[in-house]
Design a protein around this ligand. Structure first.
Ligand SMILES: [Zn+2]
Length: 146
């Protein structure tokens, strides 16, 4: 019969006799997040072994990197579109022109609301202000915009 030493607590009683206490009561039957095998572990344990722990974290980090790359590509494209229409520092352009060039209005890096209540939306240093109708006013970010 296999006995895991982790399941026991060691202590010495007053007569210097080694006491083994079965400590598995503190452990629960768990399922490993990586291999889905059952294992006995502490309440907060998520993996059956270190190998599963590192496999899981390596894999989830790669998935995170893909998502970051995807969003970065959209933001970079948005900035390029805004910069393409705004060579002089300010410009008025139809919303549909930005869409035609592949601008994605759902992705921004910051939003700046002026004291007067105007909302500037930015992709990095290039941004726009929505006005009535189809037109947007393109701007380049000033130092006071954070
Ligand atoms: Zn595992």
């Amino acid at each position: 019969m296999f006995l895991n030493l982790k399941w026991f607590k060691f202590s010495l009683c007053s007569k210097k006799i080694l006491i083994l206490t079965y400590a598995k009561a503190n452990e629960m039957k768990k399922q490993c997040l990586e291999c889905h095998d059952d294992f006995a572990g502490r309440v907060d344990a998520k993996f059956c072994c270190d190998s599963c722990r590192s496999s899981y974290h390596n894999r989830t980090n790669i998935e995170g990197r893909e998502e970051i790359k995807k969003v970065n590509a959209i933001l970079k494209k948005n900035r390029k579109v805004l910069a393409g229409f705004n060579k002089s520092g300010t410009a008025r352009v139809r919303r549909s022109f930005l869409l035609t060039e592949g601008f994605n209005f759902n992705y921004l890096t910051n939003v700046y609301v002026t004291a007067a209540g105007k909302t500037y939306k930015y992709c990095y240093d290039h941004g726009y202000l929505e006005s009535e109708g189809e037109y947007l006013t393109l701007v380049i970010k000033k130092d006071y915009v954070r």
